[in-house]
Design a protein around this ligand. Sequence first.
Ligand code: IMP
Ligand code: MG
Length: 210
Amino acid sequence: MIADDSKGHELSLFCVPKHYEEDLDSVIIPNGLIKDRTERLARDIVRDMGGHHIVALCVLKGGYKFFADLMDYIKTLNRNIDKSVPLTVDFIRLKSYSNDQSTNCVKVIGGDELSALTGKNVLIVEDIVETGRTMETLLKLLNECHPKMVKVVSLLVKRTPRSSGYRPDYIGFEVPDKFLVGYALDYNEYFRDLSHICILSDSAKEKYKV
Ligand code: IMP
Ligand code: MG
């Protein structure tokens, strides 16, 4: 739980790409902390879903870093426990954002046929839940295909009055109502190439506006 008045860490204490130095207010979640928390999420997920085959469904593009690291931790557990769980992966692309505003329409842009998930234990892996609309839309689509079980893990959940009240099954960090970038989270496609999760500055919102 990261408090609303949390100032984060000064940028100069960490390594960030030169081309983004002017665009960020602070580092709110350093890369190492993301990984340590992800390791624990992997353990909780295997405890709950273990014993059955898991289809991990990555929500692109923002979820790809978290997805890759989470899968690595689950694979490490699988190598080291008696009750290992087979894991397959799938990818879906959704889009709901323009500039820093969640739009009303959630578009499914790509991915395999969701019908392949019928009867499966599905783990949806998402970067951030804000209003909850994206996830509610995806869950509705997915449930039409009758999977056996669906769990959602989101690295971040934003505390915001715009929330529909939707809560994922597993949450990495609860964060203040600010626009966050890095670790694959973007602003108009920029900042995915930043390892730490950072608070985007107001001037950068103007600079990278489309
Ligand atoms: P929701 O439908 O409002 O819950 O929005 C979810 C989607 O909006 C996420 O999957 C992100 O792609 C995007 N999003 C929401 N907040 C942020 C943010 O602070 N930084 C980057 N992307 C965000
Ligand atoms: Mg997303």
